[in-house]
Design a protein around this ligand. Structure first.
Ligand code: PLP
Length: 400
């Protein structure tokens, strides 16, 4: 008798799936988890999520929604109450002026981003992507059939990206520029002036700008700004936002897009054939988060600034590590080129692997973000964990 396995046909994965990779951050998480399960005490500074709990009033809204049987399908792009809440939060905080047909909710910011790129990018289109980039941008563009044109940011100027740098990469095939400020993994913040100039350049040349604002509320530079407020150029702008980091809601899966009505309508069409709406009770929780008191956001931001200063101070005491000062998000992206070549460690991937296995500290190697001299460290954790992490890093570096 043939076994079930023998009878299975060989799996030919689709060509479009073959274009993408598993996220580099997920790979580290899996390896750290394996170690932890074997009883090792791992300090995990690899995670891209807040260590805070979701605020109580947000949880209460979801529980009330469930108990009130608000548990059915909703409109694809979210209930009106939620779409209004997204618009009015953005208007109050950034001075934008979106209308109801210019907003939709999705299952996380990543989902909104995925929808937007699939709608805008065709086979052969070029997408300008500043390096270092968040891992998923590259794969989402490739999945759509686009080609990423990498823009090397200026590390010495805090990973700065300017309109001149963008202009040097524009070709007749350029369709889209992806911006992410504050950015993952560098924590770099683009100035309102640089952002405005990039948008102006793009609009003049008929290029779309997608601004990933998942960390827009974790901007420590004191210059909170959204390109969504640039009304003169709104016909070329897609803003993607998320409640994940702002309200410590990573597991709830709630994000949104603000864009011209035809783009939103196309994104909703795609979403209607994939996930339908985000979960009904999560939408109610999101309304509570967006319309409710915002001091939880300010409190978390204050704590991240304190943790950022603490990790920068720790890194500054480790010879061979240089770190530019991030002005937002909750990552540092130290340059470890001064350590490569020592102790048989030649790449960030080897560095991070040995750091994990020998010192039990999880970080993410820079290769996944498009650079070859860095590791990403998340400081969204308790102070005591950061202290332990810095000590492990210090003793690993001195062992090289
Ligand atoms: C730059 C950036 N964009 C988008 C996301 C996705 O966030 P979510 O899908 O949880 O809203 C992340 C998550 O790490 C991110 O770092």
């Amino acid at each position: 008798m043939t076994s079930v396995t023998e009878a299975l046909p060989a799996l030919k994965i689709s060509e479009r799936l073959d274009r993408i990779e598993v996220s580099a951050t997920m790979a580290v998480v899996a390896e750290a988890e394996k170690l932890r399960q074997s009883g090792v005490d791992v300090v995990d500074l690899s995670l891209g999520e807040p260590h805070f709990s979701t605020p109580q009033h947000v949880k209460d809204a979801a529980i009330a929604a469930i108990n009130g049987n608000f548990t059915k399908y909703t409109a694809i792009g979210g209930i009106l109450e939620l779409r209004d809440a997204i618009i009015s939060r953005h208007t109050r905080d950034f001075g934008s002026a979106y209308k109801r047909d210019e907003v939709m909710a999705s299952v996380g910011g990543k989902h909104a981003l995925f929808n937007a790129v699939q709608v805008l990018v065709d086979h052969g289109d070029e997408v300008i992507l500043p390096v270092p980039y968040w891992v998923s941008f590259k794969d989402i563009v490739r999945y759509a059939g686009g080609t990423c044109v990498m823009l090397q940011s200026d590390e010495a100027a805090g990973f700065r990206v300017t309109a001149d740098m963008v202009a040097g990469l524009v070709t007749p095939r350029t369709k889209l520029i992806i911006l992410n400020s504050p950015g993952n993994p560098s924590g770099a913040v683009m100035s309102p002036q640089d952002l405005t100039e990039v948008v102006r350049l793009a609009a003049e040349r008929g290029i779309w700008v997608l601004s990933d604002e998942c960390y827009v509320y974790l901007n420590y530079s004191g210059r909170s700004f959204s390109i969504g407020a640039l009304n003169d150029h709104r016909q070329r702008i897609v803003v993607v936002g998320s409640l994940s980091k702002t309200y410590a809601m990573t597991g709830w899966r709630m994000g949104y897009a603000l864009a011209p009505a035809p783009v939103i309508s196309a994104m909703a069409k795609l979403q209607s054939q994939a996930t339908s709406s985000p979960p009904a009770m999560v939408q109610k929780a999101a309304v509570a988060a967006l319309n409710g008191p915002q001091d939880c956001v300010a409190d978390m931001k204050k704590e991240y600034i304190r943790l950022r200063d603490q990790i920068l101070a720790g890194l500054a005491t480790i010879p061979g590590i240089k770190c530019s000062r991030p002005e937002g998000a909750f990552y540092v992206y130290p340059n470890i080129s001064g350590l490569l070549g020592r102790g048989g460690v030649n790449t960030p991937a080897e560095f991070a692997k040995r750091l994990l296995h020998e010192a039990h500290l999880a970080t993410v190697p820079g290769e996944g973000f498009g650079t070859h001299e860095h590791v990403r460290i998340s400081y969204a954790t308790r102070q005591s964990e950061l202290d332990r992490g810095i000590e492990r890093l210090r003793s690993f570096v001195s062992s090289l």
